[in-house]
Design a protein around this ligand. Structure first.
Ligand code: HEC
Length: 148
């Protein structure tokens, strides 16, 4: 075996070995009742939130097949953890009025600046892609919900 072959083989073996190391999954209950009841998104907006936001901003993620791949899964797990820290729709009922208004304000802001959903998510996750018109629908819904 040449040096190169040995190195390549070692790399493959290592890559296979690390596949057994998996991060913890975000698979709790959605618990979105209170959020949906209070902010009343239309079915269209609700579908968009499910497809583009809840994977990182709720207690339940619909995992894609490539989540099985270490180390990609750790990167995804990190995004979910960080996303939930900033905003978790599953914990809506524990937010007070100010926190709810602030969350809706932030949603409007990130949608206007096109910061969400994260770009890397959209690359790998086509359903999460939102057109300008769809983003605008989320903005309109958030403004309406905030004024309630
Ligand atoms: C792939 C995971 C992911 C998806 C999908 C995602 N987010 Fe986020 N979101 C994050 C992360 C990570 C942060 C915190 C870091 C940052 O601001 O970039 C965040 C932050 C936020 C914040 C808070 C911004 C702030 O300044 O505190 C809001 C509001 C938000 N996201 C809304 C949304 C909405 C609305 C959607 C869907 C249209 C969405 N996100 C989709 C991961 C995600």
């Amino acid at each position: 075996m040449s040096k190169f072959e040995k190195a390549a083989l070692t790399a493959v073996v290592l890559l296979l070995a690390v596949q057994f190391i998996q991060p913890e999954k975000n698979q709790g209950d959605y618990q979105l009742k209170s959020f949906l009841a209070e902010t009343q998104p239309s079915n269209t907006v609700k579908t968009m939130l499910f497809n583009a936001c809840f994977d990182c901003h709720s207690n339940n993620t619909q995992y894609p097949w490539y989540f099985q791949i270490t180390p990609l899964n750790f990167r995804i797990a990190h995004h979910i953890e960080e996303g939930k820290e900033h905003l978790n729709f599953s914990e809506w009922s524990s937010y007070n009025k100010d926190q709810k208004d602030h969350a809706l304000e932030e949603i409007i802001e990130v949608m206007e600046k096109k910061e969400m959903p994260l770009k890397t998510y959209v690359w790998l996750h086509n359903e999460g892609k939102l057109t300008d018109a769809q983003s605008q629908m989320i903005i309109d819904w958030a403004k309406e919900a905030k004024s309630k």
